[in-house]
Design a binder for this molecule. Structure first.
Ligand code: AVJ
Ligand code: FE
Length: 444
């Protein structure tokens, strides 16, 4: 049937794109020594990520969904993220780059074969088909997984020392129309958070539920470098008042006085971006800040971070229809005019660059540019069920992680819907993380 054929063509094209992206960050960019090297104790050697995405694809598309035998049962343990910490992976007998390429190619060849005869049930009624295949879900998870590792590999590139190897792909063509107001009022009331039926959604985005929020103000743009520098210039890093006890402890231990990768340059600041040093631009959203820094800034500004439901309501709720959208701008897939996603540049675009991506309430840049820290600790929604496996989300429901929302410039569009949830330790800042602020409003 036609719908299935089209769905399969889309899947094959996306599988191709995610692999081109992984190869572009590994085999096409660096020599064998650099691929095997550990560039930071926080990160895996790049060759680990490369074979890990192939192994994940084998496990889920060939074995679980396709019913095939293991191609390389001997290597599963090496690429199991729970068996080996990132810091240990460099000392494992990993596949070498050419072996990883051959393994990934072999998996992919068989996957395309399995896909050809799969019953994805698009659209069709529920039959006895595996819920893994329902509407192509497991393929979508594998595509997103590879792109998520692409973002992780980019963080490794950012931490790597040495000659630059990544190029800006294209200039940003979208327009600049900064929002007229700095904040908007989100009216009190109910909205639908999460999803029951998005065929790309991870278990942690489900199930959908109604959430009732009081009124609040939210910034129309992420906090910029210029705004963040006011906090720095006002002694924000020296003033314990703005920090939580854990935040202050982190700041003291690290001796943090600026976002990561920044250095003093005369009166100003420069930053290192993928091996190049440049002055910090005023109008871009600040990135490479930890949750603690985001929270301290918000306190200094007399505001706070939005909670995760507040972020999602600002990003999805349409007050005219009372419904939640898939993206701030509606249901259409992200294009270059909506949001800065998919590594079109190697950094965020200036605040106000994507007016066409604004939410109905006029909030800009919710999707793309920088991941936004929220005040919420990562856990499952009420009624959460791990699917297809505990280690994707549930293993992280231990109070050690804060939720980030919206995706960054490095996030692929397939992992950037308004329900998508990311999480990390509150001290992490090698990720492409920024934030916006919110504050309470008087009830109407
Ligand atoms: C959702 C980005 C926190 O990298 O740990 C990749 C994504 N999960 N492989 C991570 C993930 C399994 C995950 N984050
Ligand atoms: Fe993974």
């Amino acid at each position: 049937n036609h719908a299935q054929e089209r769905a399969k063509e889309r899947i094959a094209a996306e599988l191709d794109r995610s692999r081109a992206s992984s190869n572009g960050l590994t085999l096409d960019a660096l020599d064998e020594e650099e691929l095997l090297a550990q560039h930071s104790p926080l990160m895996s050697p790049l060759v680990w990520d490369l074979a890990h995405v192939g192994n994940y694809e084998e496990q889920w598309l060939l074995r679980a969904a396709g019913g095939r035998e293991a191609l390389r049962p001997d290597i599963d343990g090496l690429y199991d993220a729970f068996e080996n910490s990132r810091a240990e992976r460099v000392s494992l007998p990993l596949l070498r780059p050419d072996e990883a390429r051959a393994y990934n190619d072999r998996v992919r060849g068989e996957v395309l074969d399995v896909l050809d005869s799969a019953d994805l049930g698009v659209p069709g009624p529920r039959g006895d088909r595996s819920p893994l295949l329902e509407a192509g879900l497991v393929y979508h998870l594998v595509i997103q997984h590879e792109h998520q590792h692409g973002e992780t590999m980019l963080a490794t590139h950012q931490l790597r020392k040495g000659e630059p190897v990544l190029l800006e792909e294209t200039a940003d063509v979208a327009m600049l129309r900064p929002p007229a107001q700095k904040e908007v009022l989100v009216p009190e009331g109910e909205f639908t958070m999460g999803t029951d039926d998005d065929p790309w959604a991870y278990d942690n985005e489900r199930p959908a539920r109604t959430v009732d929020l009081g009124p609040y103000w939210i910034d129309t743009a992420p906090v910029t470098n210029a705004a963040y520098r006011e906090f720095m210039d006002d002694g924000g890093y020296q003033d314990r008042r703005w920090w939580t006890p854990e935040g202050w402890e982190w700041r003291e231990e690290r001796g943090a006085l600026s976002p990561a990768f920044w250095a003093r340059e005369g009166d100003g600041w420069s930053r290192r971006r993928f091996g190049r040093r440049e002055m910090v631009p005023d109008d871009e959203p600040v990135q490479h800040v930890s949750f603690h820094e985001a929270r301290a800034y918000a306190a200094w500004a007399g505001k706070r971070l939005p909670s995760e439901p507040e972020w999602e309501k600002a990003a999805r709720f349409d007050p005219r229809t009372g419904r939640s959208r898939r993206y701030p701008w509606g249901e259409t897939e992200p294009g270059p005019h909506h949001a800065n996603l998919g590594r079109r540049r190697l950094g965020p675009s200036p605040a106000g660059r994507h007016p066409e991506g604004a939410s109905p309430l006029g909030v800009q840049q919710l999707v793309g540019d920088v991941w936004e820290w929220t005040s919420t600790t990562f856990t499952g929604y009420p009624g959460f069920r791990a699917f297809p496996y505990r280690e994707y989300s549930e293993a992280f429901f231990d109070d050690g992680y804060k939720v980030l929302r919206g995706g960054s410039w490095a996030t692929h569009p397939t992992a950037a819907r308004s329900t998508f949830r990311n999480w990390d330790h509150p001290v992490r800042r090698q990720i492409f993380s920024g934030f916006r602020c919110a504050r309470d409003a008087e009830p109407a």
